[in-house]
Design a protein around this ligand. Sequence first.
Ligand code: IMP
Ligand code: MG
Length: 177
Amino acid sequence: MADRNERIEIMLSEEEVDKRIKEIGEQISRDYAGKQVHLICVLKGGSFFLCELAKRITVPVSLDFMSVSSYGGDTKSSGVVKIVKDLDEPINGKDVIIVEDIVDSGRTLSYLMAMMRDRKPASLKLCTLLDKPDRRVMDVNVDYTGFQIPDEFVVGYGLDYDQRYRNLPYIGVVRFD
Ligand code: IMP
Ligand code: MG
């Protein structure tokens, strides 16, 4: 195959993303007034969003991390969800919010939410930076959404294309010329 020129087209600017994260942080702070919120980050994609979001939440916050795999070095879902790293702490009795980078087919999140529900948290919500509703094959109830986006493969703000571009401070689409 001939070499292709890869470039990133900006879909959501750094300012737009940061502004929206601030709004979600304020919303969560209102919704959880008087409580402590336990944020669970789904690695690696959710990590940038988690950090920015956590900084904007004014109620007490605790954090935990887990890692699941559903994608290889490709842009298509393999449909396999595997727990690569489980949580360090139990979540029973806690007010938990799962923080994800993107809900695409919904396979990862429907599996994960069911698994978390079994561990009896006091409450369980889902917060995603991006949602691609057109791609959904499994029903997932999303409580906080940053942006609904069209069916495009996006990178940046934690999202990767073959492990690259996670560090971009905005959301972009990979274009091949
Ligand atoms: P789902 O199980 O199909 O909802 O996929 C969820 C996971 O697939 C996300 O957490 C991402 O890691 C990955 N993913 C889905 N869409 C994209 C995309 O547009 N760019 C980068 N990663 C994506
Ligand atoms: Mg992810």
